[in-house]
Design a protein around this ligand. Sequence first.
Ligand SMILES: [Zn+2]
Length: 210
Amino acid sequence: MPVQLFGRRQVTDIIEIPERSGTAFRLAKGETLIVIDPRGEQVADLLAFNAADVDEVISSGRTLDYAEHIYLTKGDKLYSNRSNVMLDIVEDVVGRHDFLLTPCSFDTFKHFYPDLEPHRGCFGNLAEALDPYGIGADRIPVAFNCFMNVPVDGASGRLRVLPPISKAGDHIALRAEMDLIIGLTACSAPDSNGGTFKPIHYRIEPAQTR
Ligand SMILES: [Zn+2]
């Protein structure tokens, strides 16, 4: 079901990220990235780098510091390590995403799923996708984990990873506030995705012209 977010804008084609994989692409200032969970209960890890200087990168610490809360949603902004706004959350029908935890990886699989065959996870998928942009694996920070449901006990600080609350077709839309290189995955970790692996869809809305 296509969602017409911006009445006068032309909607671009939906692109699918197959299950347990990732991609990277450019997102120009003013363009809006719509990340869609087509089947429900599927996480998408999102990274952003300044396209003109990849030493500037999305920062969980800066963002949570300025937001003063951890459950980011419409109206919140995602900041870089240099305190510049990279992305502005302009739509969000889910309201539960995570910005605390690192992308799942070969090592996190060994830690949390010792009985399963380890998978390179979002980390490995992002590293491969970002390599053509000159971004090495050691530069991958905490990702903004679209649809990831990580409730925190307010008294003890204990984290849990529960199935996403996103339903089929739910989306979050983020507008670029600078020219960006985006990394985006369909997450590979069982617990983060309700025990099954699904694709992620995305599309890009052009910058609004007036
Ligand atoms: Zn993952």
